[in-house]
Design a protein around this ligand. Structure first.
Ligand code: BYC
Length: 479
């Protein structure tokens, strides 16, 4: 392909660091997709937001300091573009049958179909999340939060661009068709839904949103990290850069949940009670309800890792298309020919932990890494509860709780990990997952606050603002 740079060329209609101007055909193809993308953004992106000036960061280079560029932008004018991490000309494939061979700069013919499928699945989640969050701006708790929502939305839009670039540049006509389809499927659409389950669920309120950015964006982190190991070098480099954008999304989730729980602690102190009615009466979300939202979003996100035992995943690994988390740091043969991995399975109605060929268990291994990482934020939230003298502790439910994909789909498992009957599940479901009443209560708190320095009563203000600005800075200007 053409010469590539770490600096991004913003003089182009499509900003890029892949030398797009040197490939007229590809440039024209992407320029003809661009208006469809803008139309999609206007139809299904953040509701009634096109005239707002938003304090956004835009990458100016893929170097470490390339993110330090902030300014007011109208979202439809955001410079969505194509940014790949710097190339490593000697890069070798680290795992699978092709271990040690030079990374591919083009798509190997025999892996065309699975590679396209991985890219399409990844690409499909990005616009899906923007669609899911479409109406949240209408009920933002503060300008700071509104700005973060919009920042994440534009970056998910850019992640879509990242995958569309790969489809256009490397997959010819069917790649172009897939790129169109990415704008035609819609979250929750009865006829043309998004590909993965979690991306068809609504994100109706800000508590759900923080949970989504904590738990579901974290699946994004792990999937992107696995794809960043790919032997297909353009995919690897695209994902490496996407990962730098992902960190902020998870930060918004983690601090968002922290701030909701902190406010709950403050209200419990004000009303001198931990009782649900008293806490809700004080205008905060009771801790039990926050736990139910954790249970829901964690379990839905665990489904995104696929089956515990997966031949798809084994094929992706063997073929060098999708690796493990931080593959280069793992101390083994990177081929997994004879190794085993402990996998939780349901057998005869019981949960067992059994060694299985590691190759077929790579999905579950990634899920293991994800669970460890998810626990870190939970520990930090609990540290805050402790500091407020509150005894309650948040927990992650058992990995088989409320699962719809994998070995435990269809088995009722409590958050503690006990298999129970349908009758018991139905009787206790409402203790573990948000009930309609819980959702209505959370929904009733969602009122729009857009005055600088003001914040909704159910959430504490952030510790600091964006880019050294105070948290009460006017991050969004309505026109
Ligand atoms: N929903 O062998 P298995 C993000 C299907 S999030 C529906 O385990 P595989 C983001 C599966 O397709 C990251 N279907 O499958 C976050 C397969 O279908 P077929 C997104 C599901 O392929 C927030 C069958 O079940 N990126 O970036 O090994 C905001 C057998 O399953 C689901 C990726 O996912 C499900 N949850 O694993 C914005 C990376 N799970 O073959 C963005 C790309 C499985 O029977 N995707 N199935 O027709 C992949 O690597 C894989 O497709 C999966 C599934 C890990 C998702």
């Amino acid at each position: 392909m053409t010469i590539e740079h770490s600096n991004i060329d913003y003089s182009e209609r499509i900003p890029n660091n892949v030398g797009l101007a040197g490939n007229r055909r590809l440039q024209r193809a992407l320029e003809s997709w661009q208006p469809d993308y803008i139309k999609w953004w206007q139809d299904l992106g953040p509701d009634r937001s096109t005239a707002f000036d938003v304090y956004l960061r835009t990458a100016i280079s893929v170097e470490r300091d390339g993110w330090a560029n902030f300014g007011f932008v109208k979202m439809p004018d955001y410079r969505w573009g194509i940014f790949l991490a710097k190339p490593d000309l000697d890069r070798k494939i680290l795992f699978g049958d092709h271990k040690g061979e030079p990374a591919w700069q083009d798509v190997p013919g025999e892996y065309r179909a699975p590679l396209r499928r991985l890219i399409v699945t990844q690409g499909d989640t990005e616009p899906a999340s923007v669609e899911q969050q479409r109406y949240l701006g209408v009920t933002c708790p503060s300008l700071y939060d509104l700005r973060n929502l919009f920042q994440i939305n534009v970056e998910e839009g850019r992640h879509l661009w990242a995958m569309v670039y790969l489809l256009h540049a490397y997959f010819g006509r069917d790649g172009r068709e897939e790129a169109e389809m990415l704008l035609e499927r819609h979250s929750g659409d009865a006829d043309k839904p998004r590909i993965l389950g979690a991306f068809n669920e609504p994100t109706p309120d800000w508590l759900s949103y923080y949970m989504f950015t904590y738990f579901t964006d974290r699946d994004g982190k792990y999937q992107l990290a696995a794809l960043a190991e790919s032997g297909f070098d353009p995919l690897a480099r695209t994902c490496q850069f996407m990962l730098t954008e992902e960190a902020h999304h998870m930060f918004v989730g983690e601090t968002g949940i922290m701030r909701v729980a902190q406010r709950t602690c403050e209200v419990m102190n004000e009303v001198q009670s931990e009782d649900l009615t008293a806490v809700r009466g004080g205008g905060a979300v009771d801790l039990d309800t926050i736990q139910k939202y954790i249970n829901l979003h964690f379990s839905v996100s665990l489904d995104l890792f696929g089956q515990e035992i997966s031949t798809n995943a084994a094929t992706y690994f063997n073929s060098g298309l999708k690796g493990r988390y931080l593959e280069s740091r793992l101390d083994d043969d990177h081929r997994l020919t004879n190794s085993l991995w402990p996998v939780h399975l349901i057998q005869d109605g019981r949960i067992v932990l059994e060694e299985r060929p590691a190759l077929s268990a790579v999905n579950d291994r990634l899920r293991d890494d994800y669970i460890v990482d998810s626990q870190r934020g939970v520990d930090r939230w609990n540290g805050m509860l402790d500091a407020h003298g509150v005894d309650f502790r948040f927990t992650l439910p058992h990995r088989f709780f409320n699962r719809h994909i994998g070995t435990s789909a269809g088995t009722n498992v409590t958050p503690e990990g006990t298999v129970i009957s349908d009758a018991k599940w139905n009787a206790q479901r409402g203790d573990w997952l948000p009930t309609e009443e819980d959702q209505m209560f959370v929904g009733s708190l969602m009122n729009r606050v857009t005055e600088p320095g003001k914040i909704a009563a159910w959430i504490a203000p952030p510790v600091r603002g964006i880019n050294g600005k105070p948290w009460d800075y006017a991050y969004v200007r309505f026109n």
